[in-house]
Design a protein around this ligand. Structure first.
Ligand SMILES: Cc1ncc(C[n+]2csc(CCOP(=O)(O)OP(=O)(O)O)c2C)c(N)n1
Ligand code: SF4
Ligand SMILES: [Mg+2]
Length: 410
């Protein structure tokens, strides 16, 4: 693992939001909620005490994932769903950097669901922003893992039959140490929430309710418009009874059945209300709050649901490395052949030269890919004995199947 290059930058130069803006043309549709999130993030950056040179935005694929282009920092528009994995690697190698992950509900909860869970449970020191518009925006309006039951889209012409994910419940279930929600209609709330997530040591996860005005327009408006917020958003404050509505007339209690529910404060009295404790070590109450709302017609908590401290991944890995080196001395890879298996079952072999540099080909192959490729090749040969398909076409097809899971790096 690379040594720490420098400590966290506490002497960051004074900057303005304009310094964080790039010369790239913003390609989102006019009116998209992503613009207000971008503005909030650019406004927030000067207050974080970080420098552009030490800041990295990493994304996968989707409209939300175009975010790194628009921030004047380092960045990576990665592969679909893999931003948490890429960010994990970077956070391990460069703990001095300020690392952000940005993705949509499809990117981080469909193809990237696995990677998100592991980054959260490992408590990797990154700030993760999930732009939830309950739709695949970039690919023009297919349903996503957060789309509501019955949602009619191009990919669900008769309505979705999938129970939607509640992103906060998913995060809490994965053991996330910081979990919050905000929305694109309230810049100050976004800035305040994102700052808390950034300042958290470990994985800071924020769901941002975001309007896709082209493929899912108004999906959140029952909650987020100015006239609806007071009665529909429950703005959580640490240490305070959970109250909302005009004059705080509504509140949340946890009943003897263990369920959280919305009540009239006049009916139960203020003392019966749940007092919000975001720092509570066990996640049960945060989960109850996350589960309070299952649809956009139900009062929905926003703000910080959970903020607890736990060992951060890269720090724990460094400590483990130091202990191992103390016990066995520094490792020596010179002249060694190292074989390992990655989590997908690829075997990886690396030969190191006498100076300790990786010198021979790293070969990573999946038995599965080759077997599937062989079967397809066999079937094609069988079929082509009756058709005009050339051997060259057959070989190309086999190569592409096998190479999907086999690669070599010099
Ligand atoms: C491996 C792979 N599978 C599928 C796609 C197609 N694809 C591109 S973006 C996307 C989903 C985008 O939805 P979301 O993450 O919610 O982002 P949004 O566009 O809504 O911001 C999909 C399925 C792809 N680019 N790569
Ligand atoms: S398709 Fe939707 S999410 Fe994507 S840029 Fe347009 S409005 Fe925004
Ligand atoms: Mg989306």
């Amino acid at each position: 693992m690379t040594d720490v290059v420098q400590e966290h930058d506490h002497t960051a130069p004074v900057s303005t939001p304009a310094d964080w803006k790039t010369d790239q043309e913003v390609r989102w549709c006019p009116g998209c909620g992503d613009y207000s999130i971008l503005t909030a993030v650019r406004q927030l950056m000067p207050d974080l005490g970080v420098s552009r040179e030490n800041t990295v935005f990493i994304s996968g694929i989707g409209c939300a994932a175009r975010f790194p282009y628009y921030m004047n920092t380092y960045g990576m528009h990665g592969i679909h769903g893999r931003a948490p994995a890429i960010a994990t690697g970077l956070a391990m190698a460069r703990p001095d950097l300020d690392i952000w992950v940005v993705g949509g509900d499809g990117d981080l909860l469909s193809i990237g669901g696995n990677h998100l869970l592991h980054a959260l449970r490992r408590n990797v020191n990154v700030t993760m922003l999930l732009f939830n518009n309950m739709i695949y925006g970039l690919t023009k309006g297919q349903y996503s893992p957060t789309s509501e039951l019955g949602k009619v889209t191009k990919s669900t012409p008769f309505g979705s039959i999938d129970a939607p994910f509640n992103p906060l419940s998913v995060a809490i279930g994965a053991g996330a140490t910081f979990v919050a929600r905000t929305h694109d209609m309230d810049r100050q709330h976004m800035i305040k929430t994102l700052k808390r997530a950034h300042d958290h040591k470990g994985a800071g996860f924020v769901e941002i309710l975001q309007n896709c005005n082209v493929f899912n327009d108004g999906a959140w408006e029952t909650l987020t418009t100015r006239q609806n917020r007071e009665t529909m958003l429950i703005d959580l404050e640490h240490g305070k009874p959970v109250r909302f509505g005009p004059d705080g007339a509504m509140g949340v209690v946890v009943g003897t059945d263990g369920q959280a529910r919305v009540v009239d404060v006049a009916d139960v009295g203020e003392d019966a209300l749940l007092v919000h404790d975001e720092a509570r070590p066990e996640p049960g109450l945060a989960f109850l709050l996350a589960q309070l709302s299952h649809a956009v017609d139900q009062p929905t908590p926003v703000g910080v649901l959970r903020a607890v401290s736990a060992p951060e991944y890269a720090e724990a890995a460094r400590e483990q490395l130091a202990t191992a080196q103390e016990r066995s001395g520094p490792g020596d890879l010179r002249g060694k052949l190292v074989t390992a298996t990655d989590p997908l079952g690829h075997s990886v072999r690396i030969r190191y030269d006498e100076r300790g540099n990786a010198c021979s080909k790293i070969r990573a192959s999946s038995v599965c890919g080759i077997v599937v490729g062989r079967i397809i090749l066999f079937l094609m040969r069988f079929r082509s004995s009756r058709s005009s398909m050339s051997r060259w076409t057959q070989r190309r097809t086999f190569a592409s199947v096998a190479s999907a899971t086999t690669f070599e790096i010099e």
